[in-house]
Design a protein around this ligand. Sequence first.
Ligand SMILES: Nc1ncnc2c1ncn2[C@@H]1O[C@H](COP(=O)(O)OP(=O)(O)OP(=O)(O)O)[C@@H](O)[C@H]1O
Ligand SMILES: [Mg+2]
Length: 359
Amino acid sequence: MARGDDHATQPWVEKYRPRRLDDVTQQHETIRALKQLLYGSGGSSLTEKVASLPHLLFYGPPGTGKTTTALALCRELFQNITNRETLQNRVLELNASDERGIRVVREKIKRFAQSSIEESVDAQVPGFKIVILDEADAITADAQTALRRTIEVHSRTTRFVLICNYLSRVIPPLASRCAKFRFKALEDGAVIARLEHIARTEGMGPLPPEASRLLAKAAAGDLRRAVNLLQSCADWARSADGSQRVLEPEMVSEAACMVPASVVERFYDICVSRNEPVTACFEVLRGGYPVDELLRQTLELLLLDSGTPPAQVQMNDLQRSAIALHMACAEKYLCDGATEAVQLLAFVANCRSVLQASS
Ligand SMILES: Nc1ncnc2c1ncn2[C@@H]1O[C@H](COP(=O)(O)OP(=O)(O)OP(=O)(O)O)[C@@H](O)[C@H]1O
Ligand SMILES: [Mg+2]
């Protein structure tokens, strides 16, 4: 909980991390349910029922507010503790993937849970501690089984907040000990509203609509990524005299390693048009763009943006599915270290044979 120091030099993701549950963007149902657990149906005082707060499990994609919400929850639970030392005594933040093995995690939890809580001067301060176990899905199944017992042993004095990206990687007996809360990928509108608020506060002025649309697109529901991108763009757009230039869409594409639309459209043409030599894809490669990103953006054009593709191609669902499968293979091979040029060529060849087979 030692976050929040030295505001001016902090990265924006930390500087603009919401401190209260109400400030968390878009996760309305989760926030409403958590506030119900803390405050009942109204008011700002903790209810007596908070004493029976269950263990919690937050899950969902990256950058959607899970860690933020866990920290805000602790701040609100222990809002009546003014002594910083005491607050640190109440909240232990562990990152499962940082810690060296489950034994260290268990030892730390044991030591923390066994240290006594100072005599509470305020009936509004809950009589338990909180362990936030981030990235719980990075713990092996065996270690999770052991953790189950740790949670049980310390349940009287400690509540656990487990956080993960993939609920399916948490073993059912562990998950079933917790009340589960799902965090959704943020909608573009919510991302843009948050970015505009940050841009205004940082003196960047209103964001041009095309730039904020691209920022939201590149972030794909991950607000951490969106805020980091905005900060990189702001650094680029700052002139030597400290004045801020208008944020051009090209700056956003560059910062996000996005491939320019004209290049994607050219590659799309090569994938679908028999008039182009297959080897034309090497022209595209020479631009030095990341191939996985080029494929991802092309797939979007092929499958989703059926509105205005550069070359009108009538594709049925079977063909779209076949192309998506080829894309999945190319992505896997690239992850495994295959040669970019070969994968690009193979993808073009596969697209063409899918389209040709049924024409
Ligand atoms: N719902 C949100 N409301 C406001 N800010 C958010 C939200 N989600 C993410 N952010 C911003 O992104 C940063 C990272 O968020 P957070 O650490 O809560 O993500 P997370 O869901 O825990 O991601 P991960 O799964 O990668 O750990 C925050 O500091 C904040 O600036
Ligand atoms: Mg997190």
